[in-house]
Design a protein around this ligand. Structure first.
Ligand code: PGA
Length: 251
């Protein structure tokens, strides 16, 4: 059966000292609780190695927010999947809308990144989602379908089983405007149907599909109560122990 997951995406926030402090504090709280979900934090690259040494990975998983689309070599400023893996991280967020929009990441590049991450035994948390104009035009299902097909559907069934999906309607990210529970459920059920069509019912039932976009402690329980919403990918509300744990406890 699929895992329930709450993953934080710190984005470009917190210097090294602040990041270590938050990770250690979260680890401490989690070590005293029996939470029913897998908790993960996605830190900037520079935090990974230091945080990795200080947390209990059974209680708190560690993710990068990106990796390069090349194995190694002359790509100044890039960080490879192998480098991410060598820090002790186990997951990598790929295809976040901010990467697609601000850094021009294409479905083709993301397909390569997914391949390279899997080759390093990193589990991708793969983000998909439509922008507002696409939803207003009724194209959200088409958009999400093509994002998934273009970057993931060449994977073998065994490789696909490692993918965690995160549906993040772009209009809900950082805007305070959350998808309604019904909108989230509708899209998550659609995505699960797509997976079932490609890889079969078991693969679909086993795939964790997270919701992201202005998820916070006050709306998490309602979103997570949907049968196809398996948890959340949390931006702003992952930056303090109190806010983030409010969401973890709602799961
Ligand atoms: P938000 O971001 O929770 O701040 O809306 C979510 C995300 O971008 O993953």
């Amino acid at each position: 059966m699929r895992k329930k997951i709450v993953a934080g995406n710190w984005k470009m926030n917190k210097n090294l000292q602040e990041g270590i402090q938050l990770a250690v504090a979260l680890n401490e709280v989690l070590s005293k609780e029996n939470n029913s979900c897998r908790v993960i934090i996605g830190t900037p690259f520079i935090h990974l190695a230091s945080v990795s040494e200080r947390i209990d990975k059974k209680k708190l998983g560690l993710a990068a927010q990106n990796c390069a689309d090349h194995v190694s070599g002359a790509y100044t400023g890039e960080v490879s999947a192998e480098m991410v893996k060598s820090t002790g991280a186990e997951y990598v967020i790929l295809g976040h809308s901010e990467r697609r929009t601000y850094y021009g990441e294409t479905p083709e590049m993301l397909k390569t990144k997914v391949r390279l991450a899997l080759d390093q035994q990193l589990q991708p948390i793969f983000c998909i989602g439509e922008v507002l104009s696409e939803r207003e035009a009724g194209k959200q299902f088409e958009v999400v379908r093509s994002q998934i097909e273009a970057s993931l559907f060449d994977l073998s069934e065994a490789d696909f089983s490692k993918i965690i999906l995160a549906y993040e309607p772009v209009w809900a990210i950082g805007t305070g405007k959350t998808a309604t529970a019904a909108q989230a459920q509708e899209m998550h059920a659609f995505i699960r149907g797509l997976i079932a069509g490609k890889y079969g019912k078991k693969a679909a039932d086993d795939c964790s599909i997270l919701y992201g976009g202005s998820c916070k402690a006050s709306n998490a329980a309602e979103l997570f109560a949907n049968p196809d919403v398996d948890g959340g990918l949390i931006g702003g509300a992952s930056l303090t122990v109190e806010d983030f744990m409010g969401i973890v406890r709602a799961r």
